[in-house]
Design a protein around this ligand. Structure first.
Ligand code: FAD
Ligand code: NAP
Length: 288
């Protein structure tokens, strides 16, 4: 077929027609945006048909940076983001911080449906089922935006097929920062397929344990302190973690990750990786 017949015809008599906006490299289109607080929002975008990923992995996303003052050239400004949607979803979802003077998020927070973002289609990460050996109960320990990879894993049927019990703990400073997770759990319980896998009874297989540290809520305190005191185990009616039955995935700030890692080792669990599956895995929610 001669493709030349499909080339647009250049109209030399119409020099003032504005140029079409150049499309970003690896561009995806934003389809939905929802803001929770002045520091947190979620957005969805189109998914490249060729993008395959494992629930819990992260990719590099971003926007075009400002033009170089000397050359005028623009370079992509990219940051690591956990994919918050499950691997079966037609679209991609991201849960994001808004850092007021953050190079990317000071701009990303203003995206609206129809805008384009850059998405480098190379998913990686350790918070994947493949990095853990089989167990009976899985704990997802998150602080802040660290809940994002678990929003993916909690919507993946494999999570409920692999474990008898799934416990999500989420610690934030303030109540408003729990909204995304609370809505996520509510939607999962309403989803026909996932609800059947989770089952009924006292919350079924899925348990949700949100806590705040700086604003009054039903459960106050850092999850690490609540584990040390045993309060979380009493509240949930489960025994403290042990290597025979429990598996854990951790995603939060660096201090939290280090503290809980030491606690998990204390319970007798060993750290796993894609290349060497074991009993728990850790990933940073952001660099600091
Ligand atoms: C593996 C990995 C996965 C990540 N996944 C996500 C994600 O799903 N959602 C997300 O919002 N961010 C995520 N991040 C952080 C993200 O890469 C950026 O740092 C963030 O988008 C801010 O970008 P920025 O350019 O605006 O500011 P940056 O210059 O990157 O950060 C400025 C400062 O803001 C603070 N900060 C950055 N990110 C966060 C955060 N998420 N929560 C609280 N404080 C933060 C830190 O103090 C940091 O030094 C992830 C980071 C890593 C390493
Ligand atoms: N969240 C906000 O309202 C807010 C507002 C302005 C600026 N910031 C800045 O933004 C950055 C990130 O804030 P963030 O609130 O998203 O994340 P964060 O500081 O990582 O805190 C998230 C949650 O993790 C808890 N936590 C921190 N260290 C822990 C540890 N070692 N063990 C157990 N739990 C731990 C915190 O409890 P504690 O409260 O006890 O620390 C908090 O409940 C910080 O640099 C902060 O100064 C945040």
């Amino acid at each position: 077929m001669d493709m030349s017949e499909h080339r647009p015809v250049k109209d030399i008599d119409a020099p003032n027609i504005p140029k079409a906006t150049p499309t970003l490299p690896d561009a995806q289109t934003v389809t939905e945006v929802e803001h929770y607080t002045d520091r947190l929002f979620r957005f969805r975008c189109t998914r490249p048909p060729s993008l395959r990923f494992r629930s819990g992995e992260f990719v590099m996303i971003g926007l075009m940076g400002d033009p170089d003052p000397e050359t005028g050239k623009q370079k992509p400004l990219l940051r690591a983001y956990s994919i918050a949607s499950p691997s079966w979803d037609d679209e991609l979802e991201f849960y994001s911080i808004k850092v007021p003077d953050g190079a990317l998020t000071s701009r990303l927070q203003h995206i609206v449906p129809g805008d384009e973002i850059i998405l480098r289609p190379k998913p990686v990460g350790t918070l994947v089922h493949d990095a853990l050996i089989p167990g009976k109960r899985i704990w997802f320990f998150a602080t802040g935006t660290g809940i994002a990879p678990f929003a993916s894993l909690l919507r993946d049927p494999q999570t409920y097929a692999d474990y008898d019990e799934v416990i999500l703990t989420h610690t934030c400073r303030e109540l408003g920062e729990l909204t995304y997770g609370a809505k996520l759990v509510e939607d999962i319980r309403k989803d026909e397929l996932l609800a059947e896998l989770i089952g009924e009874g006292f919350a079924g297989k899925l348990r949700y344990y949100p806590t705040t540290t700086r604003e009054q809520s039903a459960k106050m305190g850092r999850i690490t302190d609540l584990m040390r005191s045993g309060e979380v185990f009493t509240d949930l009616g489960v025994a403290p973690l042990c290597p025979e039955s429990d598996r854990a995935m951790v995603c939060g700030n660096l201090a939290f990750n280090l503290e809980i890692k030491e606690m998990l080792e204390g319970y007798g669990l060993t750290e796993g990786a894609n290349s060497k599956p074991a009993e728990y895995v850790v990933e940073k929610a952001f660099l600091d």
